[in-house]
Design a protein around this ligand. Structure first.
Ligand code: NDP
Length: 330
């Protein structure tokens, strides 16, 4: 247990200047928790990019090991649900924000935050999905609870080449939806069509200020972009449709009117992955295991090593990352 391992640490000086370093730690250096997990794989989400670059205030306790997602094997546990050898996933709950996160070979966490790795899924595949993909599934579950199904009409996915978007396109396509993928990478149509998009639109169609109501184009939407894009998605949603809002890649503002809500009965569904209850997480991961064609994971995810992590975290904010990134720690 006293073996040392590498961890990425973000720190702040007295002037609040942020720096990132690779430190050598032991389990004793980790924060409180009743389960120690040997991290087999992690990933780089948009939020991890924000934490490492300091571009947004994701980190709320200093210093911090970033990384909001991990998959691995329980090394030791005093938690009643977990024992050594169990395969687990952790998404969110403040890891990488207020509790030391996944960018270390070992993590000590609260066992209540863990869920079991679905049968037949590897740690690598779980991180190819990651919080981004699990958020895509939470969005699909929210739309289904609103009565959306493939017979209701097309579903638009914004930020379609990103992590949330690419997994949403893959799952919706597999479920039989007519998926309209909105992307800035219209030159890269084969990627999104290969995942399951039926139609590709240029994100510029949605990213500028639009009318309060437009032509009804889709029954539902999954929006990871926010701002004018979300306002335009709402304005072009069918009567009685719904839009799941989960991200802010364009901006956290929502310059919209109430017209889609009061004239078309459109619903806006909020999606949070960080504090989602365990039962909902387990439902989402079970649906990922059954409804995401695992052969698509290979084409939507790129693998990197621990040493590439910091550069990739910068890259995701610069729009250089397509699909998902898996960090293999072993
Ligand atoms: P990615 O960076 O992988 O994807 C974001 C995508 O949005 C990009 O690939 C790009 O897609 C599009 N995009 C980027 N900048 C702009 C812009 N200025 N205008 C319009 N579109 C843009 O991030 P993730 O998929 O990991 O996360 C997406 C969003 O969801 C983030 O805001 C993240 O914080 C949020 N999120 C929220 C969660 C929750 O719990 N609610 C959980 C996980 C993520 P393209 O190239 O196709 O145009």
């Amino acid at each position: 247990m006293s073996d040392s391992f590498k961890a990425i640490m973000v720190s702040r000086d007295d002037e609040k200047n942020q720096s990132v370093s690779v430190e050598t730690l032991t389990v004793d250096d980790l924060m409180e928790g009743d389960v120690v997990v040997s991290v087999e794989a992690t990933t780089v989400n948009y939020k991890d990019g924000l934490a490492i670059t300091g571009k947004s205030p994701v980190v709320r306790r200093w210093p911090m090991i970033p990384g909001i997602d991990l998959a691995g094997t329980v090394e030791s546990s005093s938690h009643p649900r977990w024992k050594a050898g169990d395969k687990v996933i952790l998404n969110g709950w403040g890891t990488g924000e207020t509790h030391y996160g996944a960018y270390a070979a070992k993590s000590r966490v609260n066992g209540d935050w863990l869920i079991g790795l679905p049968e037949g899924m590897s740690a690598h595949d779980a991180m190819a999905v990651g919080t981004a993909g699990y958020t895509a599934m939470l969005s699909i579950l929210a739309l289904e609870r609103h009565g959306i199904n493939p017979d209701r009409g097309p579903v638009v996915v914004t930020g379609a080449s990103g992590g949330v978007g690419s997994v949403a396109v893959s799952i919706l396509g597999n479920l039989g939806y007519f998926v309209i993928a909105s992307t800035g990478r219209t030159h890269d149509q084969n990627f999104l069509k290969g995942l399951g998009a039926a139609e590709i639109i240029d994100r510029a169609e949605l990213s500028e200020p639009g009318k309060p109501l437009g032509k009804e184009r889709w029954a539902a939407g999954i929006d990871s972009v926010g701002s004018h894009t979300l306002a335009n998605v709402l304005a072009q949603t069918h009567y009685g449709g719904a839009v799941a809002a989960c991200g802010l890649a364009q901006g956290f503002d929502l310059p919209a009117t109430v017209m889609p809500f009061i004239l078309r009965g459109v619903s806006l569904l909020g999606i949070d992955s960080v504090m989602a209850p365990v039962a909902l997480r387990e439902e989402a991961w079970a649906r990922i295991a059954s409804d995401l064609d695992s052969s698509k994971l290979g084409s939507l995810a790129t693998s990197i090593g621990f040493d590439d992590l910091i550069e990739t975290a910068h890259g995701i904010l610069e729009g250089k990352v397509r699909g998902r990134v898996v960090v293999d720690m072993m």
